[in-house]
Design a protein around this ligand. Structure first.
Ligand SMILES: C[S@@+](CC[C@H](N)C(=O)[O-])C[C@H]1O[C@@H](n2cnc3c(N)ncnc32)[C@H](O)[C@@H]1O
Length: 306
């Protein structure tokens, strides 16, 4: 019979071996598990890193898109500031600006005048259009005269549209001989040199000084008369001297007939007085609706002496 000691030793050894084997297996399983977990974690980490990169790229693209918008916002803010400034200016003008109030009143008076006297006359948006239309109405023989040449703009239009007529421009070229209205002192419109207007003759001097000599040397009717001297006194001087050369069919274009403060005392008055004195009859034939020009066509002129 075997003693109990060796048997126990054998069993213990066997148990120890089994325990070692179990521990080894546990270690290898743990190692395997850890390995797998690290792999999964690393993969997850990599995926997160990719997502982060994509989000960074999207954020950069968004920043690039927003940059010009910031510029636009600044421009819009500046424009809004300017509009607010203009609105404030308009509000102040509407409430207490005397010039503005006088201009609004003059526009209302002129609107009433045009409704009463020119209800059917064609209306134009720009002085040049009114001038072109008025020149197109000329259908009688005679020359074309302009009083108030300044830089020559309107005289050039007349030459362009009346290539077969004599066109003459009169001006002192040192500007208005007397003040006209606020903003137009004596001397305004003075020219440093005579304007170049091919196709037109220029007569230099005050109308009242040069006209008697000119009229003595140049007979015949005036088919087209452009009055652009602004002042009552200058317009009256021209009408008194040149008026008798107007006849039935003559066209007169006034450059400052109405629609400014005091218009009733300017060219309008000079014409009304001339009509009153001579018995001339006429039709209103057109006007500029947001400016000051008015066209008349003579119907009959008892005082005509071409
Ligand atoms: C408004 S400017 C003429 C503008 C011109 N039609 C143009 O197209 O530029 C008025 C002109 O009338 C002239 N003028 C006014 N009264 C005058 C007068 N009594 N004698 C001569 N020229 C006069 C001034 O010298 C001024 O050049």
């Amino acid at each position: 019979m075997m003693s109990r000691r060796p048997l126990r030793a054998i069993v213990r050894k066997r148990l120890q071996r089994m325990l070692r084997e179990v521990l080894d297996q546990y270690a290898s399983v743990r190692e395997e598990l850890q390995h797998r977990r690290y792999g999964e974690l690393a993969e997850g980490l990599e995926a997160l890193r990719e997502q982060l990169k994509a989000q960074q790229a999207a954020a950069e693209a968004l920043t690039a898109e927003v940059a010009p918008l910031r510029g636009e916002m600044a421009t819009i803010r500046a424009e809004l500031g300017a509009v607010r400034g203009e609105l404030t200016g308009f509000e102040v003008r509407a409430r207490r600006d005397l010039h503005y109030a006088a201009e609004v009143a003059a526009a209302a008076e002129s609107a009433a005048f045009s409704r009463a006297k020119l209800p059917l006359a064609p209306a134009f948006p720009h002085p040049d259009e009114t001038l072109r239309y008025s020149v197109g109405l000329v259908a009688v023989p005679g020359c074309a005269l302009e009083f108030g040449v300044g830089g020559g703009h309107t005289l050039r239009l007349m030459v362009e549209m009346l290539p077969d007529r004599r066109v003459v421009g009169f001006d002192v070229f040192t500007g208005l001989p007397e003040p006209w209205r606020t903003g137009f002192p004596a001397g305004v419109f003075a020219q440093e040199e005579l304007p170049d207007v091919p196709g037109a003759d220029l007569v230099v001097g005050l109308f009242e000084d040069v006209l008697p000599g000119f009229l003595a040397e140049n007979e015949g009717p005036v088919a087209y008369l452009h009055l652009d001297a602004d002042l009552y006194s200058s317009t009256k001087a021209v009408l008194d001297l040149v008026g008798p050369r107007l006849m039935a069919g003559s066209v007169v274009l006034f450059d400052e007939y109405f629609n400014y403060p005091g218009w009733q005392d300017g060219e309008h008055r000079a014409w009304a007085e001339y009509v009153e004195q001579t018995g001339l009859t006429f039709d209103y034939a057109g006007y500029t609706y947001d400016h000051e020009q008015v066209i008349v066509v003579v119907i009959a002129h008892p005082g005509s002496r071409p």
